[in-house]
Structure formats: structure tokens, C-alpha cells
Design a protein around this ligand. Structure first.
Ligand code: TGC
Ligand code: FAD
Length: 390
């Protein structure tokens, strides 16, 4: 069946020629190269290397960054790229989010000139892959309490600690790692092959199966002095990267939702029960209409947020709202689409269960749904509710 992306308000008509060109390029690539292989990639638990190469060749890695060989596209274009990638699979968007927003961005914004020259051009082409180590086994929603430490040993730093749940960890050439140096959170670039560093893959996921997830382990890991990111101190560093990655998710989740809607609509029109297509029944139409309503609202939210990112009038809370809302509705849409597919909805012949399982992770990573609720609650009331004295 030919993919028709739901766009009820013709929102894409507001995109520039360049943004439309990027949309079509990524959409065609996903259709031709990703969808035929995604189920195999999931069952084997791999992110095919040819996808890394193609993403680099298409010039979509680090999309909104300028200079150092980066594409320098608008944030709107970056959102569109995320949407088209995640229509294929959240793991694909994850790969691009981590590379562009979480590994390239901190080097681009906080790195030294030498670091930018050394890493960014090769990361933009996909020759070098990066990951982002913030979460630890005992510190997820509260990264400020992290225990990974860096010690200044005169001519080098010594890192000790562990990160967990790190996308692209095992397959990365470098990791941007956040650790405390004399009690202050700093960013460090750790290269694969550095003494005392390992990145074992985490197995057994029922979600994001075509994405590599890893631990990062630092045991007296010795890194040269010139690998600290000089331009930032404190949680502002990792959170600045997360602003961009969360923005990408707010668009990406819509791609997964559009894929589920498309499949549910086609299925409802072709599936006959009680002598009629199930699409003719009011209860099914109500579900399809609810999906259309929520996707359209989500698209308006994402587009307005992209405009704000492009003109600089955004605040982090705008991003929290869009990430939280769009992932939430995408997950509900996936569940509803599964229901419309009946038993067939659990088969890998359809994209539904895969998107649903992926979105469970997307709801949790980059700040859980409820953490974004609390960020908004703090914005509304001025009261910080994350910590409680017992
Ligand atoms: P808080 O007191 O709120 O802030 C500490 C400092 O950080 C600054 N800040 C920000 N700066 C820029 N952008 C933002 N969005 C910022 N939010 C906070 C803030 O101004 C302050 O700066 P300063 O100079 O005054 O010190 O910090 P808190 O410890 O109370 O944090 C609260 C909370 C819960 C909101 C925060 O910790 C949080 O967002 N937790 C969620 C953790 C999270 O999102 N982890 C993501 C890990 S990476 C990941 O999931 C990648 S998945 C990749 C994929 O596969 O796609
Ligand atoms: P917890 O923080 O333990 O939260 C558990 C539950 O408690 C959640 O429902 C949460 O909302 C709730 N909760 C926590 N605190 C509060 C509170 N104050 N009030 C109310 N409720 C609260 N991290 C990285 O650094 N880099 C990566 O590349 C990366 N990739 C990931 C890939 C995958 C597939 C997954 C699943 C995770 C990834 N993560 C990554 C980690 C992710 O960011 C964390 O899982 C997330 O921040 C939540 O942390 P946690 O899992 O420890 O949950």
C-alpha cells in the first residue's frame, strides 16, 4: 500500500522548498531502504551499518548545526527529518538524535576549536559515531546526583564510574560523558580504545530492538587533558543537548503515529466483518477520527515549536510540553491501531506492535512523561516538586 502521510491541515505546505526536499529524500529512503529490512534488524537486534552510511551521505546528521561540515538546516527541517525517520522506526530517529543533538551538539557548542575540527566533520558524514553518557544505574531522572567522577591527575584526567542505557554506546567511536570534577558536572570526550573504558551491549530489550543500547564502564580510565569540554559547567551542559533531542522527539513521535494511523485506516477499509468493512462501523470511525484529531493537534504544536526554535523565542518548557504530549498521543494511537487490527495487530507483518513497544521507551527516555509534567508544574506554580524531604 502506498504511504500517505496524514496531514489534515496541510501543514507541510508551510515548509520551505529545502525542507520539502529533505522530507522527500528521507521519506523515500525510509520507504526503500529501511522498511523492507526493519523487522530483520529488530529480530537480530542490530542497527544495520548501511543505515549509518546512508544517513551520513544524505547529510542529515547534526542537521541544524552550522560549519565544520554540518548541514546548517533549519530546526523545522530537523523536525521533519526526525518525523520521517521515526515513521520507519524510533530506533532510527534515536540514532540520529544521539549523533546530532547529544554527541555533535555539545562539541559544537561547548568544545574547543581543536575538538570541533577533529570530530565534527567526520561525525556529520557518519564516519565517526558518538554517544551521550548521562544516566547511571542509580541516577536516571535525577542526573544531578551522578556518582561518576573525574580526577585531575596533572597531565591527564582519571574517570571512574558507570553509565547505563546508552544509545549507540557499543558501536560508538567516542562518548560525550558527564562526570563530576571537584563536585562540578563537566563534559568529557572519551574515545573507544582509551585505557580503562569499555561499552558492553545491554541485551534483552523488547523495545527499540534495532537500536544498540549499552553500559559505559570507566575503571581508572585515563583521558588526555584536552578532552574536557571547556565551554560549560553544571547540568546546563547536558540539558542544553537534551533541549534539541527532546525537540526532535516531539516531531519524531508523530511519524510513528502517522504510520500507525495509515495502517489502521487501510486495514479498517479492507477488513470485512458482519458483511461490511469494519471502517463502516461508528465505533471504528470514532477511533480513526480521534487519531486524526490528536495527530493534527500534535503537528500544530510541533510546527509552532519549530518556528520558535528557528526564531529563538522558545523556552525549555515549550519543548517539555511538545515531547510529553506527542509521545503520549503516539502511544495511545499505536494501542488504538493495534485494536483496530484485531489479532493481526500483533503480527510483524504490520508496523503497529513495533511502534508501540518502541514508544514505551520514547515515553521514558529524554525525561519521562511525568518529569516533563513536573517541569511544567514548576513553570506554572514556581514550586519545585522533584525532591521531597521524607
Ligand atoms: P535544575 O535545578 O532544574 O537545573 C540545574 C541547572 O540546569 C539548568 N537547566 C537547563 N539548562 C538548559 N536547558 C534546560 N532544559 C535546563 N533545565 C535546567 C538550570 O538552569 C540550572 O542551571 P544553574 O546554572 O542554575 O545550575 O536541576 P534538577 O537537578 O532539579 O533537575 C530537575 C529535572 C528533573 C527537570 C532534570 O533533572 C531532568 O530533566 N531529568 C530528566 C533526565 C533526563 O532527561 N535524562 C535524559 C538522559 S539522555 C537520554 O535519555 C537519551 S535517549 C536518546 C535516544 O535514544 O534518543
Ligand atoms: P527513574 O528515574 O527511576 O524513574 C522511574 C519512575 O519514577 C518513572 O515513572 C518516573 O517518572 C518516576 N519518577 C522519578 N522521579 C520522580 C519524581 N520526582 N516525581 C514523580 N515521579 C518520579 N540515557 C542516557 O544518558 N543516554 C542515552 O543515550 C540513553 N538512551 C536510552 C535508551 C533507551 C532505550 C532507554 C530506555 C533509556 C535511555 N536512556 C539514556 C536513559 C533514560 O534517559 C532514563 O531511562 C530516563 O531518564 C529515566 O530514568 P530511569 O529509567 O532511571 O527511571
Amino acid at each position: 500500500m502506498v504511504y500517505e502521510a496524514l496531514d489534515f491541515y496541510d501543514i507541510d505546505s508551510q515548509l520551505t522548498e529545502e525542507e520539502l526536499m529533505v522530507r522527500d529524500m528521507v521519506r523515500d529512503w525510509v520507504e526503500e531502504e529501511v522498511l523492507p529490512k526493519i523487522e530483520e534488524a529488530c529480530s537480530e537486534g542490530v542497527f544495520p551499518d548501511e543505515w549509518r552510511v546512508s544517513l551520513g551521505e544524505m547529510g542529515v546528521l547534526g542537521a541544524p548545526l552550522e560549519g565544520y561540515g554540518c548541514p546548517g538546516l533549519s530546526y523545522t527541517a530537523y523536525g521533519v527529518i526526525c518525523r520521517e525517520l521515526e515513521r520507519g522506526d524510533s530506533g532510527l530517529r534515536s540514532f540520529a538524535s544521539v549523533q546530532g543533538s547529544l554527541a555533535m551538539y555539545p562539541i559544537w557548542d561547548f568544545g574547543s576549536e581543536e575538538q570541533k575540527q577533529k570530530y565534527l566533520p567526520k561525525m556529520a558524514t557518519g564516519e565517526l559515531i558518538g554517544c551521550f553518557g548521562l544516566t547511571e544505574p542509580d541516577y536516571g531522572s535525577n542526573p544531578g546526583d551522578m556518582v561518576t567522577r573525574a580526577e585531575d591527575k596533572g597531565d591527564h584526567y582519571l574517570l571512574n564510574g558507570a553509565k547505563m542505557w546508552i544509545t549507540n554506546g557499543t558501536t560508538s567511536d567516542l562518548a560525550v560523558v558527564w562526570a563530576k570534577l571537584e563536585g562540578v558536572i563537566r563534559g568529557f570526550i572519551v574515545e573507544t580504545g582509551d585505557e580503562g573504558y569499555s561499552a558492553p551491549e545491554m541485551k534483552g530489550k523488547h523495545s527499540l530492538k534495532a537500536s544498540v543500547t549499552s553500559e559505559l564502564v570507566f575503571q581508572d580510565c585515563k583521558i588526555p587533558k584536552d578532552r574536557i569540554l571547556p565551554g560549560v559547567k553544571g547540568l546546563k551542559g547536558p540539558f542544553s543537548c537534551l533541549n534539541n533531542a527532546r525537540f526532535g522527539i516531539s516531531w519524531g513521535a508523530l511519524g510513528a503515529a502517522q504510520a500507525c494511523f495509515h495502517s489502521a485506516k487501510e486495514y479498517a477499509l479492507s477488513r470485512i466483518q458482519f458483511d461490511q468493512p469494519i471502517a463502516s462501523y461508528q465505533l471504528v470511525q470514532n477511533k480513526l477520527s480521534w487519531m486524526l484529531r490528536e495527530i493534527t493537534k500534535g503537528q500544530l504544536l510541533a510546527l509552532e515549536l519549530a518556528r520558535k526554535k528557528d526564531n529563538g523565542s522558545w523556552i525549555p518548557e515549550h519543548i517539555s510540553l511538545a515531547k510529553m504530549n506527542n509521545v503520549d498521543i503516539a502511544l495511545d494511537i499505536a494501542r488504538m491501531a493495534r485494536d483496530i487490527h484485531g489479532a493481526n495487530g500483533i503480527l510483524d507483518e504490520y508496523c503497529i506492535m513495533r511502534h508501540m513497544a518502541n514508544l514505551e521507551s520514547v515515553k521514558t527516555y529524554e525525561g519521562t512523561h511525568d518529569i516533563h509534567n513536573l517541569i511544567l508544574g514548576r513553570h506554572i506554580t514556581g514550586i519545585q516538586s522533584f525532591t521531597r524531604s521524607l
